[in-house]
Ligand binder design. Sequence first.
Ligand code: COI
Length: 353
Amino acid sequence: MTPELEIHRVTESRIGQINWDNLPFGHIFTDHMLVMDYRDDSWQTPQIVPYGPISMHPCNTTLHYGQSIFEGMKAIRSKDGRVTLFRPDMNAKRFAESCLRMAMPVIPEARFIELVKTLVRFEQTWIPDRAEASLYIRPFLFATDEYLGVRPSKTYKFMILTCPVGAYYAKPVSVKIEETYTRAAEGGVGRAKTAGNYAASLYPTQRAIEQGFQQLIWTDAKSHEYLEESGTMNLMLVIDGVLLTPSEDSDTILRSVVKRSVVELAKHWGLPVEERRISVAEVITAIREGRLTDAFGAGTAATIAPIAKIGYRDELFELPALETRAVSLRIKAYLDGIKSGDCADELSWCVEI
Ligand code: COI
């Protein structure tokens, strides 16, 4: 009988070497990772193995054509010791959608969640107990055929890494509205969480960083008049008391788990929310007239990330003081509270592993 899971343990854990007060995002990895290969049209037995390098053929099709997707999730330990994942069903669904868009074999959603839970359970001593810290989970899938022609691979590797992390953005961010470069165009792969979307963002983001910003706010590919998302996070604004976020009707915006949760939460609280096209012009006018009272990014890594400044063309707009941001402060307090167990999880979003 095929075993359901193979386990190869490290001989010595690295956990004693970790400085839990300094967890820069994405640098520290737990002792083990999960690997599951796909070949002969089926998923093979998953393995938990020591974290470390993997070998790869130089013709690996991912290296040449980028058939690669990923997810981002977090595990938290609440004050009463429970370990939870935040809405893992949404990540599983998005991962399956990314698989389809990138012509990759789908991992059934229940199987995806079970594999994530298996690794998190195995590595749970690595979940930090500091405020703002968590165990970041990075499931990813990439092509492994050794072939230089352009066609979907027939073999793949699915892996999950886990890393204790602190905040992705240590400080409120300064973002630039991008009007020259484009993240995604209709009919493209903007909705898929695929590596190439992030590669394409690097050069424009690097230019923005040189100008003193941390991130971009992308605009639509056709006119550059409408806001889209921010690459590492989705965009949320409060104008005239209404929580606004660009609608995800087009296929150019990643369907963010945290953004969806913010929208659902705001509706649950009875706050006015609009998901629609948002023009750059209306946002700039609202800032000038003092009607924009809150702006933040929403994302798994970024969590609820306050936006301190927005750059547009030659102008830099300082947004309202952080302590006045009633909406984002309330949302952040609620999301932190349900994860730590300090407040009731009214919408049942935290799933115990
Ligand atoms: C996440 O929020 O998990 C992301 O994938 C964004 C980023 C770190 C690339």
